[in-house]
Ligand binder design. Structure first.
Ligand code: NDP
Length: 446
């Protein structure tokens, strides 16, 4: 690492103790910016790195709510508004017991570059809570969401900060939070994205992250003279991103053979297609069931506490959570002849795994590029809300597809210009960084 980047990284570690995920995200970005920092001294002169690693604002708050036994429960809420240089803060809300400030900061930091890469005017933010919606009744989830919004509403707004969903926050949670926001402010200003179609949501938003991850893989494969059709794919997770990754793979003639959740994975060598795919969607979206039930229903292999990465595949789509591909998993994928990794999840590969992927010459699409279709389509939802219009399914999908093609092109070209051809980690970070850094310089220091 260059002396400048190293110094900033050491400061980040010292000032943010006990936040390893945040350190990991900062380290990856700073390391990949080196060729750019060496070429342009203006960023060092303007102390851009020192400024960009420090959130503009961090809010932590108490979220009290009453459970179905009339007991008061208390969770912690977060919103980290990281960078607004190029537009209002934008980024999801995560509800999961593992959430603490370090997770929200890693996600918010990544979001800055991802949002910039989409080409849309959106700054970076992230939020959430250590609340676990799993096993809670709908009423409990509603009371929690209402209490969460009772504080969050002070910090958000259509020109200020527009949150969306993430792990544990789907259409049910967005609906309850939006209802509460409206009640408090008497305003239908569309402050959240991922809304239901009946009240301001966008077609294709639920599908966007998964579809986008497949479009990104398609672009990476093209550079190697390959196509999606006929390929075998491993997918992890079974939530929003995994569901629509599988759907798009089916549409394009590939075969997805795995799914997982935090208890284990399933392996269906014939592919998660047709009636089996419909069963899977209903299981997860309507019944909130576990992935083991798919194995029970179709008599395929269930692998308790195992991830899918030892299974032979051409394409891999990690779509569950951070650090779910470790060194040995990466080695297994490479040894089994994988052609591309398209990260639907945020930072699913550990630094050691990324090193193996980059060293092996396979196409590795990091999350901030490969899963940017979700936030891009959230941006399109904001545009439609402002226009008071709804675009058709085809229109939104076409825009999403074009955005993914552009993200790929920008990352691919930036990697080449800065001397690291084929390295999408360097390309995506530099392409995302330049726009934000230049906007920060233009606006003076603040
Ligand atoms: P969901 O809550 O819909 O699904 C999450 C899935 O990941 C579930 O199958 C869940 O299993 C599994 N999972 C969560 N935590 C763990 C864990 N610690 N170990 C193993 N499995 C786990 O979330 P999404 O599909 O929306 O998000 C998945 C990933 O994609 C996240 O990294 C998110 O940040 C990223 N992402 C999402 C976007 C979106 O638009 N939704 C946009 C961009 C990125 P279980 O039910 O057992 O917890």
């Amino acid at each position: 690492m260059s002396e400048y980047a190293k110094k900033v990284y050491e400061q980040v570690k010292a000032k943010n103790p006990g936040q390893p995920e945040f350190h990991q995200a900062v380290n990856e970005v700073l390391e990949s910016l080196i060729p750019c920092l060496e070429r342009h001294s203006i960023y060092k002169k303007n102390k851009i790195l020192e400024r960009i690693v420090e959130p503009e604002r961090q809010v932590m708050f108490r979220v009290p709510w009453v459970d179905d036994n009339n007991e008061i429960q208390v969770n912690r809420g977060f919103r980290v508004q990281f960078n607004s240089a190029i537009g209002p803060y934008k980024g999801g809300l995560r509800f999961h017991p593992s959430v603490y400030l370090g997770i929200i900061k890693f996600l918010g930091f990544e979001q800055i570059y991802k949002n910039s890469l989409t080409g849309l005017p959106m700054g970076g933010a992230k939020g959430g809570s250590d609340f676990d919606p799993k096993g809670k009744s709908d009423n409990e989830v509603m009371r929690f969401c209402q209490s969460f919004m009772l504080e969050l509403y002070r910090h958000v707004g259509p020109f200020k900060d527009v949150p969306a969903g993430d792990i544990g926050v789907g259409d049910r949670e967005i609906g309850y939070m939006y209802g509460q926001y409206k009640k408090i402010l008497n305003s239908t200003d569309g402050v959240l994205t991922g809304k239901g179609l009946e009240y301001g949501g966008s077609l294709i938003r639920p599908e966007a992250t998964g579809y986008g991850a497949v479009y990104f893989a398609q672009e990476m494969l093209k550079t190697k003279g390959e196509e999606i059709k006929g390929k075998v794919a491993t997918v992890s997770g079974s939530g929003n991103v995994a569901q629509y990754t599988v759907e798009k793979l089916n549409q394009l003639g590939a075969k997805a053979v795995t799914l997982s959740d935090s208890s284990g994975s399933i392996y269906d060598p014939d592919g998660i297609t047709g009636k089996k795919f419909e069963f899977f969607l209903e299981l997860k979206q309507l019944k909130r069931g576990r992935i083991k039930e798919y194995a029970d229903e179709f008599n395929v292999e269930y692998r308790p506490n195992k991830r899918p990465w030892d299974i032979k595949c051409d394409l891999a789509f990690p779509s569950a959570t951070q650090n779910e591909i470790e060194k040995q998993d990466a080695q297994n994928l490479v040894n089994n002849g994988v052609l591309s990794i398209s990260e639907g999840a945020n930072m699913p590969s550990t630094p050691e795994a990324v090193e193996i992927f980059l060293g092996s010459g396979i196409a590795f699409g990091p999350g901030k590029a490969a899963n940017a279709g979700g936030v891009a389509t959230s941006g399109l939802e904001m545009s439609q809300n402002s226009l008071r219009l709804s675009w058709t399914r085809e229109e939104v999908d076409e825009r999403l597809h074009q955005i993914m093609i552009n993200i790929h092109k920008n990352a691919y070209e930036a990697a080449k210009v800065y001397g690291k051809p084929g390295n999408y980690v360097v390309g995506a970070n530099i392409a995302g960084f330049l726009k934000v850094a230049n906007a920060m310089i233009a606006q003076g220091y603040w």
